[in-house]
Ligand binder design. Structure first.
Ligand code: SAM
Ligand code: SF4
Length: 326
């Protein structure tokens, strides 16, 4: 059985962007009430008393947009400074990085993923609903200059929207140690767009890039399900996350905690999820919580294999990535 030691924590379900594939402008989003969101103290208690004793040592902070979360820097400091944290990373849209990058770095954060779907400000606006390409680009530069390493750029490829930029985006890995990760578009968040535009599989992206630059296999970087490749002599790498075209359940080492405290065994499957916030607030003791989480971890291996063939999976999932914690 796979060792599950990686917790992805959604800190907030709100966002300052409206990406077409995640939180489109016209979507009717049911936000979590502020009092339902786990506080920093509650999160730290769960991490220290429940997850660490069960062997969790890798954490990713995400959302929604995690840089909108009040108290983020102090939370980062508390997780990063713990002697048993092996890895702490954060996924952001980059908009607030010019302001917060230094504080996050000084708090101990070293690994960062920044979403960047386009190098063209107009296409960026079309995808994110915001005219913020320049600010995000400055955020990426800030993160690079501060020394975040690895610095990964996440790209969701949507046919007819940004697929003409694959080679330009891949080329960002050549001169700097920037790690570009192409993520297959999933039918979460905007089923209309998914049905209308479809998705591009990683194999055809790799083929395009290989035809132009050549590609060689690279050592795996990080905890992820990405297949990592490299343009020959490039400083950075290219990762392909193929949750639609390939099943990587046998490599999955993670569970997800939503901002309101639901622990989910799998991005695509909510069975067996646990409401840790309600349990915590009603005084259930930590040994009982650990027991419940251990049961969910046992269940996870069964769920993964039952749900094996993601390539045929075009269900409309009820929740968006911003709600689950992508
Ligand atoms: N707001 C931050 C950001 O955009 O990086 C963090 C949260 S966002 C939900 C995390 C990742 O999920 C982003 O890289 C985003 O591109 C990806 N994502 C969101 N909806 C997606 C979908 N329908 N298919 C594939 N990836 C998606
Ligand atoms: Fe916000 Fe990230 Fe979703 Fe875009 S992908 S809407 S930036 S949470």
């Amino acid at each position: 059985m796979n060792v599950i030691d990686y917790l992805r924590i959604s800190l907030i379900d709100r966002c300052n962007f409206r990406c077409q594939y995640c939180m489109p402008e016209d979507a009717d989003l049911d936000y979590i009430q502020a009092q339902e969101i786990l506080s920093n103290d509650e999160l730290i208690s769960l991490i220290d008393q429940v997850f660490r004793p069960l062997g969790f040592s890798k954490f990713r902070l995400t959302g929604g947009e995690p840089l909108l979360r009040k108290g983020l820097v102090s939370l980062v400091e508390q997780i990063a400074s713990h002697p048993h944290t092996q890895d702490l990373s954060l996924t952001t849209n980059g908009y607030l990085l010019t302001d917060l990058g230094r504080s996050l770095y000084e708090a101990g954060l070293r690994r960062i993923n920044i979403s960047l779907d386009s190098l063209d400000a107009n296409v960026f606006r079309q995808i994110t609903g915001r005219n913020h390409w320049q600010k995000v680009w400055s955020g990426i530069q800030t993160a690079f200059d501060l020394g975040f390493n690895p610095l990964k750029l996440n790209v969701v490829v949507i046919p007819g929207v940004n697929d003409q930029e694959i080679l330009d985006l891949a080329a960002l890995s050549i001169d700097r140690a920037w790690h570009i990760r192409f993520i297959e578009f999933m039918p979460i968040g905007n089923m209309d767009l998914f049905t209308h535009k479809g998705w591009v599989d990683s194999a055809s992206l790799r083929q395009q890039i290989s035809d132009r630059f050549g590609l060689e296999s690279s050592i795996c970087l990080g905890n992820g399900p990405a297949d990592v490749w490299k343009i020959p002599n490039a400083k950075g790498t290219l990762g392909f996350i193929s949750q639609m075209s390939e099943c990587f359940c046998d490599r999955c080492n993670r569970v997800r905690l939503s901002a309101d405290g639901w622990l989910r065994p799998c991005l695509l499957n909510e069975s067996g999820q646990i409401d840790l916030k309600t349990a915590l607030r009603s005084g259930v003791d930590f040994s009982q919580l650990r027991h419940q989480v251990q049961e969910l971890l046992n269940l996870k291996s069964e769920i993964n294999f039952k749900e094996g063939d993601r390539g045929n999976n075009t269900n409309n999932y009820q929740r968006t990535m911003s709600q689950i914690g992508g």
